[in-house]
Structure formats: C-alpha cells, structure tokens
Write a protein that binds this ligand. Sequence first.
Ligand code: UFG
Length: 334
Amino acid sequence: MGSLLVTGGAGYVGSHAVRQLQCKGEKIVVLDDLSEGHRQATAGVDLVVADLADTTRIGSVLDELFQKETFDVVLHFAGRAYVGESVRDPERYYRINVGGGIELLSAMARNGVPRIIFSSTCATYGEPDTVPILEDHPQRPLSAYGRTKLAFELALKDFEIAHGIRHINFRYFNAAGAHPDGTLGEDHRPETHLIPLVCDAALGLRPAVDIFGTDYPTPDGTCIRDYIHVVDLADAHILGVEALRSGASSTSYNLGMGHGYSVLEVVESVKRVSGRDVTARHTPRRPGDPPSLVASSQKASDELGWKPSFKDLDDIVKTAWQFKQSYPQGYSKT
Ligand code: UFG
C-alpha cells in the first residue's frame, strides 16, 4: 500500500477527506496552493504549497514528490468551483481545472502512478430531464465550471487508454455541513453557498439572506437541492481508494442523499437549529440555477457500499451552525 497524494487537501471537501483517510491510517501528502484552502485545515499533515497550474514549476515539484515516495492513489480535489466566476472568467477555469489537472495526470503517467479519484460535480449534468439523476444521464453542463469538470472527466478516459491510469469520478451534489468535532468546516471567500450564508444571517453577520427566485416549478417556488454532508462525501473517498486498490474498473458515482430540500426549507432548518430569526429577501432568479437537482446514489451504494450517515437536513445544518459559532470569521488567515 502506497501513500496518498491529495490535491486541494486544504479546501472544504479535501480537508474532510484527509481527516477521514488519516483515521484509517493512510499516509498522506497534501498539495495545495492555499488560494482557497486554509493551512489551519491541514494541521498535522505534510503540506506542499504549489499551484498545479503553474506550468513553470509544477512538473518538477510533482516529479520530485513521486520519485521520493511511492504514491498509489491521487485524490484530486484542487480546482475552482464558483459557477458565476467561471462564466465571467472561463480562461481561469480552463487553466486551473483542465490545465492544472493535465499537469497532474502527465506527472502521474511519467512516474507510473496508477490511480486517481476526481472531485466532479452534478453541474456536469446541467438541467436534468429526469430526477433523481442517474450516472448515465446525458451530461450537458450549463457553465464554464461544469464544462471544465466534464472536460477533465473526458481527459481521464484518454489517460486510461494511453497510460492505464484507472479513475473514479465522484459527482458531488451540494456538499454541506462541517466536521462534527468542530475543527473543520466551510470557509469560502467570498461565500456563495446557501447554508453558510443563512448561518451568517442567523448570527447577525449579514442583515438578510437573498432567496434567488420564488417562481420555480417546485412546491414552494424555490430551488430544490440535494444537500450531502461533507463527512459522508469524505467517507466515499475511503471506499473509492479501497475499490481502486482492489482492481475496480474506472467509473463515475453520484454522491447525494437522494432527497431534495428547497431554499425555504433550508432557511427554516437554520432557524430551528439556531433558535434565531433570519430575514429572507425575495430576489430574482440567479442565472443558470436548475429548478431541482437530486441524486440517485444507488450505484455508489450497490458497488461501494456507501451509505450516508447524515440523513436529515437539520442534522447537517447543526454541524454547519456549530462551526460558524466557533469560527464566525472563518479560519485564521495564516
Ligand atoms: N441560493 C439562494 N441564495 C443565496 C445562495 C444560494 O437562494 O444567497 C440558492 C441557489 O439559487 C440554489 C441553492 O440556494 O438554488 C443552493 O445554492 P448554492 O450556491 O449553495 O449551491 P449550488 O446548488 O449553486 O451549487 C452547487 C455546488 C457547485 C455546483 C452546483 C451545481 O456548490 O459547485 O451545485 O448546480 F456547481
């Protein structure tokens, strides 16, 4: 059994995966440029600070890492994930999410590193024809973000054909919550995700939360999303590593709870959990938001034995609220 290289291991999902993998006794090296990630979230883990998209340097950094130590699986979380930003600045998304990923795959091919797990997204499906979404649903992303994630899924196929690198694509639905021990959580700057924003409003750190659209074809008119606890996502990676090590073929898995909640239900949940009031402001739709995204994760359950342990929105929100109370301004800036 070799070591694991975790790109983006200082980020939100990556840091939770590192924590869970460490509990399994895995030897881990994190590679992160700390542009979005937080050093504090990697406490006690070997950290190499490097940018995958820095073509002047990254090839030699990766070669040195791969030659110094035997890595048998790479977990690739690094990348940018703001849909709106990707529409405004596609160059950045192609350079980082595709170009950076290709630097990684090329170094793996050069050094004989045989397996990779990729953080993909439900955004690769676009607006679904049917819900819940199965893995063989057509992938028609609506944003540059979704297209760059799909482009890397396609690159993985070609690197398997040419170099035999096997892969798993995990298509996350809405990652949410925080580690129950209170030390890891969600800290994006700027924050754009619903649950932390509603928590901020409950804490009085922002005056209100905007409800982006109340005229969707859903029961209460607001968008429905499948919120999946970040530790459940992290645990899927443990199973993915085991599957690839046991010889599993390359494939893709949706990771969601299989149950959707509306934006208004999320606001109500934060109010219940926090015991505080939240002012909700109805605003127009945010462009590119599909009305309803709910996963079928049956395949991950059947093939990997993955079962989310957080099955209730309030339980997810409790962990997000706990982190917000401990770190109202997020991690320290060091
Ligand atoms: N929302 C609001 N107000 C806000 C923020 C969000 O009403 O202030 C709504 C959104 O319109 C959406 C829901 O809350 O309906 C969830 O929004 P998030 O921004 O929290 O999450 P998204 O569903 O937009 O994004 C997630 C992932 C992305 C991924 C996308 C695919 O975080 O990485 O799903 O649709 F690309």
